[in-house]
Design a protein around this ligand. Structure first.
Ligand SMILES: Cc1cc2nc3c(=O)[nH]c(=O)nc-3n(C[C@H](O)[C@H](O)[C@H](O)COP(=O)(O)O)c2cc1C
Length: 308
């Protein structure tokens, strides 16, 4: 089975992706990038397309609502000096600032619009074009079969299905029976996604017949989950994960290290004894010099090194 790191806005930046690849991820995605922002040449957006040298297979995910924006983004991303594995369209993000503009999960309501957007992307790139979507807007409207058909007609090379409805946001049960039916009908590879966090949930997802399993939130807590699910666990204590992540952040953009420290690094210790003290210490870090001199999160009891 292939294991894929999900796109997670605000988290799946280059250093975190590198850590997940150490931890066995076969494919990763950029955070979602606004096609409109690319089309309008916003410089800050380019940072989302940055990679670390030698990154493994990486798909670029865009979100957009108009054919002209996604076509323009497809041309721009294709010209970017990264050997992208795919160009992916987000048709699943439920955040209001995305859906209000007609993008993300708003598209789940309109399979024909998904078709037009994917076709516009495919016309403007030689990269494989893929889709990440949901089962439908709500359980009374299961649009995924129309969406699958729309994607296949547009020439999509694959589809990722988060086995939930938009109305569920990121919680509630996953609908693996419906996902299995998608797999049965699909002519293109299907990647399954939704609350895979351990061997049992990965096995349940695999039983639907998907070609790959995508993992999001569970990788935030444990970037080595992929290797563990493959039966080849990489043993790292939270302390070692923290150090490796910090080193990758420092390699990538030292000037962002202090900021990233706060968004990423204290997750490794949440719920452990001494976590509050560690958090306070991390929040107090003001400079790169202090970071470089970091001697390990010693307020904690000895971690177990368990990876799942
Ligand atoms: C903080 C956060 C950010 C996310 N950002 C994106 C995104 O940029 N693009 C996307 O397609 N999905 C995004 N998602 C959805 C995830 O990719 C994934 O579909 C969802 O979390 C379910 O998988 P999981 O249960 O393994 O986390 C995000 C989810 C979370 C919690």
């Amino acid at each position: 089975m292939k294991y894929v790191l999900a796109p997670l806005a605000g988290f799946t930046d280059a250093p975190f992706r590198r850590l997940c690849r150490d931890g066995g991820a076969d494919l990763a995605y950029t955070e979602m990038v606004s096609a409109a922002a690319i089309a309008h040449g916003h410089a800050a957006t380019r940072q989302l397309l940055e990679t670390l040298p030698g990154e493994g297979p990486l798909a670029c995910q865009i979100f957009g609502a108009t054919e002209s924006d996604v076509a323009c983004a497809a041309r721009f991303v294709s010209s970017w000096p990264v050997p992208w594995a795919a160009l992916d369209l987000n048709a699943g993000c439920p955040m209001q600032k995305v859906t209000r503009a007609g993008a993300g999960a708003k598209l789940v309501e309109d399979p024909e619009k998904i078709h037009r957007l994917l076709a516009a992307m495919a016309e403007n790139t030689a990269l494989p074009v893929t889709l990440k979507t949901r089962l439908g807007p709500h359980p009374r409207q299961t649009n995924i079969f129309e969406i699958l058909d729309a994607a296949e007609r547009a020439g999509a090379a694959g589809i990722t299905v988060h086995a939930r409805y938009t109305s569920q946001l990121h919680g509630g049960e996953t609908h693996l029976d419906t996902l299995a039916e998608v797999v049965r009908r699909a002519k293109i590879p299907v990647t399954g996604n939704g609350s895979v966090k351990d061997a049992a949930s990965a096995a349940a997802m695999a039983a639907t017949g998907v070609s790959a399993v995508m993992i999001g939130r569970a990788a935030l807590a444990n970037p080595y989950i992929f290797a563990a699910l493959k039966g080849a666990p990489v043993r790292r204590t939270p302390d070692e994960m923290f150090r490796a992540h910090l080193d990758y952040i420092l390699d990538y953009r030292p000037e962002l290290a202090v900021l990233k420290l706060r968004t990423h690094l204290f997750r490794y210790f949440s719920g452990r004894p001494g976590a509050a003290a560690l958090r306070a210490r991390l929040n107090g870090v003001k400079s790169l010099a202090e970071l470089a001199a970091w001697t390990g999160p010693n307020p904690l009891d000895a971690p177990t090194g368990d990876v799942i």
